[in-house]
Design a protein around this ligand. Sequence first.
Ligand code: ZN
Length: 414
Amino acid sequence: MIMTPKTKCRFCGADVTQTFVDLGMSPLCESYVSQDRLNQMEPFYPLHVKVCSNCFLVQLEEYVAPENIFSDYAYFSSYSDSWLAHAKAYTDKMIEQFGLDKDSFVVELASNDGYLLQYFVGRNIPVLGIEPASNVAVVAEEKGVPTLVKFFGRELAGELAEEGKKADLILGNNVLAQVPDLNSFVAGMKILLKPNGVITLEFPHLLRLVAENQFDTIYHEHFSYFSFLTTDHIFKAHGMKVFDVEEISTHGGSLRVYGCHQEDGSKPESSKVTALLEREKVAGCDKLEYYESFGEQVEKTKYQLLEFLIHAKKSGKTIVGYGAPGKGNTLLNYCGIRTDFIDYTVDRSPHKQGKFLPGTHIPIYHPDRITETRPDYVFILPWNLKDEIMQQMAHIRGWGGQFFVPIPSPTVFP
Ligand SMILES: [Zn+2]
C-alpha cells in the first residue's frame, strides 16, 4: 500500500484522501524558460488533485507557496480581445444593475494589469485593485488604476475597512481557485463589504470541468475547483449568501455568483440559484461516486491524443502550437508532448515570445511564424478561445492547414 501524507480540507478541515485525478509531476505552468536557463534544472511538483468526502471541495495541496507563483506572473490579461470584451460588458452591466456612480467604491481582487477596472475608471467610478504580482500591478498603475501589491485576506480587509474603504462592489475573476487560505479570503470579503454591497466572483465551474473533460485547467496555481453546491456552503459558513448566479462561457464554462451579507434583505434570491443547486444534485455533485471516475476519463483522452499525434508524425505532417497558456503546459507535460511532436508554438504576448514552455521546452514565437512555415496542423492550446483563434488564423486553410483542438476530445477542424 502506498502511503501519502495526510492533508486537511482547505474549507472544512476534514482529512482528504480520495483522488480526483493524478496528472503526475509537472513544472509551474507559468514559469516560462528563457534561453540562458535552458540547461538548468526546473522544479517539478505533483499535480495530484483530491476531493474532500465531507464537503466535496476538489482541491490540490499547496505544493508550492503562492509567493513563489504569483510574484512575477507572466499572465497579462489584456492580451486577449475576447477577455477584454467580457470585462467591458461586465462593468456596463454592474453599473446599470447596481446603480454605481462617482460615490461608489469598487474593489477588484487579483486585478492583474487593470484590464477590467480601467472601464470603471473610464466611467469616473473610484476603484482599487489588489494584485500580488508587482510586475502586472505596475502596468495597471500606468493605466490609471490604483493598485495595492498585496495578498488579500482577513488582515488586509480589516486594514482597509478601518481606513473607511469598504466596498459597494467586490469582484474577483478567476482568483477564488488560486487562494490557498480560502477561509481567510472569503472572511475578508465579508469584512470589506458595505452593508448593502455586492460581491461577484467568476470561476470555472466544476460541473463543466467534469462534463467536458477539462483536466488541463488543473495546475499548481489552482488550489480549489468549485461546484455551485460547495460555493453556496462556503458563503453560508461565512455569514453571507449567494442570491444569484449566471453561467458564462469564459474559460470553458464558468459561474458568476452574486453574494451579499446574510442579513441583507434587499436582494431577493433568484430562481436560478435553486435550479442550479438542483441540477448539480441530479448530476451527483453531492456524492463521492461522481468524482471517482474522472481519472479514467482523463487517461483515455491522453491515449487518443497521442494516437493522433503519432499517426500525424508517421505520415510526415508538421504540427505547431497556437498559444502558450497555463492549461497548455499541464496538457503537454502530462502527455509527454515535446518538440518531437510540436515544432514550436506562438503567442501574441511579447512577454512570452523568445521563451520556452516550462518542462517541454517548446519554443514560443510571434504568430507570424505560422504563415512563414505553413504547417499542416495548428494545435490550439487555449481551446476556450478556439473560435477567436480559428478566425484570426483562417488563412492557414490557404495552404491546406487544419486546426486541432485537444479538449473535450481530440478533434481536427478542417
Ligand atoms: Zn471539506
